[in-house]
Design a protein around this ligand. Structure first.
Ligand SMILES: Nc1nc2c(ncn2[C@@H]2O[C@H](COP(=O)(O)OP(=O)(O)OP(=O)(O)O)[C@@H](O)[C@H]2O)c(=O)[nH]1
Ligand SMILES: [Zn+2]
Length: 198
């Protein structure tokens, strides 16, 4: 969609979400005409659009925009990539860290592109398992490396603020392709992400 058309569409969507937030806030027993709440439906609509902007972005294009021929055949790890997503069951945040590794097969990728694709997939309605596999498959299909590994550790607000109300539980999900399916390569990666050099 051309940018101008996308901008107009996005404003229309904001208006629609805004009207619905106004109803929700009123159904919760609040007064949407009081000072602090007058602009809240619009703010909340824009915040929700920001948090789900990943639907409009193409993660493969992001990786392809910075792939370089390089004869480096060892493991590349970017760890502790902070992520914020929304659980698709309750629309509450889950947040934590992603750790990504790959072994190049003639091509490396610009390092910043890995956190960028984490954001593209995280800024959608998600479950942690699918988020992990989408990042993994995107790198595997686009870069076609010798191997790729993704680990995500996250805390879910829907388990902290409500429901089972467990403040300290952390969920870990992982996915491995290619060389990382071999136990020694996988263990080297897991050891490197669990140790700090400083
Ligand atoms: N597997 C998985 N489950 C998730 C994720 N985020 C939230 N959930 C879970 O989704 C489930 C939805 O279960 P339901 O029983 O339909 O919802 P609920 O009654 O609100 O469940 P409680 O949270 O146990 O009160 C809950 O167990 C949540 O903990 C996620 O990323 N992955
Ligand atoms: Zn949830």
């Amino acid at each position: 969609m051309p940018y101008k058309q996308f901008e107009e569409y996005s404003i229309q969507v904001t208006e629609g979400i805004k009207d619905q937030y106004k109803n929700i806030i009123e159904d919760l027993g609040e007064d949407t005409t009081r000072d602090g709440l007058v602009k809240t439906p619009e703010r909340a609509a824009k915040a929700m659009q920001f948090l789900t902007q990943g639907y409009e972005q193409d993660p493969e294009e992001i990786l392809k925009s910075a792939m370089f021929k390089e004869d480096y055949k060892d493991m590349v790890i970017v760890k502790d990539i902070e992520l914020y997503s929304l659980c698709e069951h309750h629309l509450l945040p889950f947040f934590g860290k992603a750790h990504i590794a790959y072994i190049p097969n003639g091509q490396i990728v610009g390092l910043s592109k890995l956190p960028r694709i984490v954001d593209v997939f995280a800024r959608r309605l998600q479950v942690q398992e699918r988020l992990t596999h989408q990042i993994l498959d995107c790198i595997n299909d686009t870069l076609q490396p010798e191997g790729v590994a993704v680990v995500i550790e996250a805390s879910h607000m829907c388990m902290m603020m409500r429901g089972v109300q467990k403040q300290n539980s952390v969920t870990t999900t992982s996915g491995f392709r290619g060389q990382f399916e071999k136990i020694e390569t996988r263990n080297e990666f897991l050891k490197l992400i669990s140790t700090s050099l400083s």
